[in-house]
Design a protein around this ligand. Structure first.
Ligand code: GLN
Length: 483
């Protein structure tokens, strides 16, 4: 049962081949058996899952249908879930039970999904390896000695290991696309504002966006359909109709103009990944696409700009964790200042503290113009590069990551080395554009992803290209040994 995609599960449930309750029990048993190797879950929600599965079966028996009705999923542990621990991967929120459901959680529950649990993640979504979690590192099912990517590493490892068909995730600088690439999944970061951020614990509010992680583009379309839409509770949510993403999958790629930026193929890119990117280009050419070299001249400034803006916003967002209102509080504080200092010092891990300090510094009087304002100007230049490129092409294609998944611990002593791994993904967040990573081959037995970027609100175009590619290639169907 565990090999089925969301689309196959929907057909099986509609044809009464099995019930949601049977499927849910089978997957919960599989998680209990295999997750100890991966550490992909922070919390399991068996009772909730079984009651949701029974309710979904009853709705189907009453004649209701729907692609997500009875579908088992899991939520990254930064989506608030009412009455259930929502830890954000941090000791700070280890004891936090959310008082309400995030909009994404509520929408998916209303569509009939079954929540199996909350997935592991980098603390406050800061990281590219899922090693900064208070609950320990997540392992990559393709090689247990390697990282699964981050910060949505738990969602990625669980889906890749066939513990469940799909999961929610979030992407501030690549945290959906990069773990998708490292674990042979398809992951989509929607346009900023397409998916509500209400109840999604904030890291960098102007960059954060929720989206689906699944094995196929077809499944990303199904899950995104349940997540997307206007939300009056999120002031940056966009009031635009949500198209039928599944209906967009089958468009022809004849004449599709694909831009390949020359800056992507610099010295930092593993040449074996460059070759797989070129192979994917050839595959899409066979399907009728036309390839054009383009330029994104300001790309080189994106990492420094991101690593000023994201920590700046984080330092502000995380000021609410003060030992008074939420989460962790130190023992026996001597006075109010001691309470703040020790609650934050003991509750936040090293990477989170590093970012708060960088962000507070960049925002401080005297440095604001030199760092924060400068970074915002670069952000506009990065966006302008994309706007110019999309006058010439329909889609931009390149590697998702410069290297395949590295060994656990390999970058722990050098945070900047880890930041540099985000070079291909963060530009989409700075510009607010949608991006997708899809499986495109293997290097040393480790999966490699190809990234597609599209103009605002063209998620359907990304899913269309990825689906057509997946109909003609088999990379996404490969399964890690032992799972
Ligand atoms: N790796 C990036 C960071 O650490 C992106 C993380 C994310 O997208 N949440 O900030």
């Amino acid at each position: 049962m565990h090999h089925m995609t969301l689309a196959e599960i929907a057909r099986g449930l509609a044809d009464k081949k099995f019930s949601s309750e049977e499927l849910t029990k089978a997957l919960l048993a599989r998680i209990a058996q295999l997750d100890p190797q991966l550490n992909s879950f922070i919390s399991l929600t068996e009772e909730l899952a079984l009651s949701q599965a029974k309710a979904a079966d009853a709705r189907r028996a009453n004649g209701e249908s729907g692609a997500l009705l009875g579908a088992p999923i899991a939520h990254k542990d930064l989506f608030c879930t009412q009455g259930i621990r929502t830890s954000c991967g941090s000791k700070m929120l280890d004891n936090f039970k959310a008082p309400y459901d995030a909009t994404v959680v509520a929408k998916l529950a209303a569509a009939g999904t079954v929540t199996l649990g909350k997935t592991n993640m980098d603390e406050f979504a800061m990281g590219s390896a899922n090693e900064s979690s208070h609950y320990g590192a997540v392992k990559n099912p393709w090689n247990l000695e390697h990282v699964p990517g981050g910060s949505s590493g738990g969602s990625a490892a669980a889906v890749a290991a066939r513990l469940l068909p799909a999961a929610t995730a979030t992407d501030t600088g690549g945290s959906i696309r990069q773990p998708a690439a490292f674990t042979n999944l398809t992951g989509l970061k929607p346009t900023y504002g397409r998916v509500s951020r209400w109840g999604m614990i904030a890291y960098a509010s102007s960059l954060d966006q929720g989206g689906p992680l699944a094995r196929t583009a077809e499944d990303c379309a199904i899950l995104l359909q349940g997540m997307a839409g206007f939300d009056p509770n999120d002031s940056t949510s966009i009031d635009e109709p949500v198209p039928d993403y599944s209906a967009s999958l089958n468009g022809s790629l004849q004449g599709l103009r694909i831009g390949v930026p020359k800056e992507y193929f610099s010295a930092g890119l593993d040449p074996r990944i460059a070759e797989l990117v070129h192979n994917s280009v050839k595959e899409l050419e066979k399907l009728g696409a036309v390839i054009k070299e383009i330029s994104l001249p300001n790309m080189q400034h994106a990492i420094p700009a991101y690593y000023v803006i994201a920590p700046a916003e984080a330092s502000s967002n995380l000021s609410r964790f003060d030992g008074v209102r939420f989460g962790y509080r130190c023992e026996n504080p001597e006075n109010l200042v001691d309470l703040y200092k020790r609650s934050r010092g003991e509750g936040f891990g090293a990477e989170v503290q590093r970012r708060i300090m960088v962000g507070a510094y960049a925002l401080s009087a005297g440095y604001y113009d030199a760092y924060y304002l400068k970074a915002q100007k670069i952000r506009r230049l990065v966006k302008n590069d994309f706007m110019a490129a999309f006058n010439e092409v329909d889609i931009i294609l390149g590697p998702t990551t410069p290297n395949p998944a590295w060994k656990l611990g390999a970058k722990n002593s050098d945070p900047v080395a880890e930041y540099l791994e985000d070079v291909y993904t963060i530009t989409a967040n700075l510009a607010g554009l949608p991006g997708l990573s899809m499986p495109a081959g293997f290097v040393d037995g480790l999966p490699v992803g190809v990234q597609l970027l599209a103009p605002y609100f063209q998620e359907g175009r990304l899913l269309n290209v990825a689906h057509q590619y997946q109909l003609n290639t088999g990379w996404h169907t490969r399964t890690p040994t032992g799972f």
